[in-house]
Ligand binder design. Structure first.
Ligand code: TYM
Length: 356
């Protein structure tokens, strides 16, 4: 993949900002406020948000407009939005140094998304596996927004000309589409390098955390079984109970990576352990090879409670202070708009829209 950080055009008035500060690029990432924020969201994305903030200029967005592509109870949505913002803060993101905001407060996302709806091809959208999974058999009855979702996601990223996007493995295809949209826009409108070709940042031992009830299914906010996931707000007892009941197989712990690969439930728990302990999975396999699952589960419970307990407690504390979280979101949205508005104005000019 091309090194977009160094390929950034010097004529662009926005990119040199981070370069001048000696940073590697500008990050944008988002999380949907659809409730049940879980361990997969944390290990695959949110924990990395905090780890990247020393090397990048960061914008972290609660994507409430994405959330309503499937029905959300209006009475619950604002609380769910604050919950995600609290998780960013509890994970250690500095909301003053970086930007934390909710998507609907920055209308430029939707404005650019419309242009991208006219750039993206139906054939591209039809390939999106997440749409197929979410729409299921009832495809005629899902919202148009769910179908257009990946074009809005591209707009979330490119309205800031973000160079890097930390996400879990499941978002890879959407980021490839974002790259395709940027390239096609730049070509169609003869605006070379106007939008960057964004790099995904997918790293860590748990880029795809699986369900605790079925190691072949992704851990997800919408799984009807709460025992399939560890929620970030779960207390120690809930975490212990869920790990104890996590599905395993009747054999002793895997004794090699090849053995683990054939046993998805065991492999998933090993990956979670490795990520929480900041170890290589191979080292965890070596440590527990041939031992009983009960020993391993006890160690995993202790580790999970130690690592997640403080994050969950801080989230709970922040959620009791909605005024504080709202101030961070408002201030973040203002700062985000200051970056987005001139990029949208330039885009409108390139497209040929008359402007006030
Ligand atoms: P969402 O809200 O489903 O998930 C938020 C983040 O968590 C990651 N993730 C996982 N990682 C590992 N294992 C899992 N089981 C797991 N489940 C979820 C996701 O990959 C994601 O990084 N479309 C996005 C939200 C979005 C976005 C964006 C992301 C909207 N605009 C712009 C990046 C940039 C989504 O639905 O994430």
């Amino acid at each position: 993949m091309p090194d977009v950080t160094t390929a950034a055009p010097a004529a662009n008035p926005h990119l040199p900002h981070y370069q001048a500060r000696g940073l590697k690029g500008r990050i944008l990432s988002g999380v949907q406020p659809t409730g049940n924020l879980h361990l997969g969201n944390y290990l695959g994305a949110i924990r990395n948000f905090a780890r990247l903030q020393h090397d990048y200029e960061c914008l972290y967005c609660v994507v409430d407009m994405h959330a309503i592509t499937v029905w959300q109870d209006p009475a619950a949505l604002s609380g769910q939005t604050r919950e995600i913002a609290s998780a960013f803060l509890a994970a250690g993101v500095d909301g003053h140094k970086h930007i934390i905001f909710n998507q609907s407060m920055v209308p430029e996302h939707a404005q650019l998304a419309w242009i991208f709806n006219c750039v993206a091809r139906l054939g591209w959208m039809n390939r999106m596996t997440q749409f197929k999974e979410k729409a299921g058999k009832d495809r005629e009855n899902v919202s148009l927004g769910l179908y257009a979702y990946p074009a809005l996601m591209a707009a979330d990223i490119l309205i800031y000309k973000a160079t890097h996007v930390p996400v879990g493995e499941d978002q890879k295809q959407h980021l490839e589409l974002t790259r395709d949209i940027a390239i096609k826009f730049n070509n169609d409108f003869k605006a070379p390098d106007f939008f960057p070709v964004t790099e995904p940042l997918i790293f860590g031992a748990a880029t795809r955390v699986m369900s605790l009830r079925d190691g072949t299914k992704k851990m997800s906010k919408s799984d009807p079984s709460d025992f399939s996931r560890i929620n970030l707000t779960d207390d120690a007892d809930a975490i212990a109970q869920k790990i104890r009941r996590a599905k395993t197989d009747p054999f002793p712990m895997p004794d090699s990576a090849a053995d683990a690969e054939k046993r998805p439930d065991a492999d998933n728990l090993l990956g979670i352990y490795a990520a929480l302990a900041d170890m290589e999975k191979d080292a965890v396999i070596l440590e527990y090879a041939g031992r009983q699952f009960s020993d391993f589960k006890a160690a995993l419970t202790e580790l999970a409670v130690t690592k997640l307990g403080p994050v969950g407690a801080e989230m709970q504390r922040l959620m009791k202070d909605p005024g504080h979280v709202d101030r961070i979101l408002h201030e973040g949205a203002e700062r985000a708009r200051a970056i987005a508005a001139p990029i949208l104005a330039e885009t409108y000019k390139i497209v040929g829209f008359l402007q006030p």
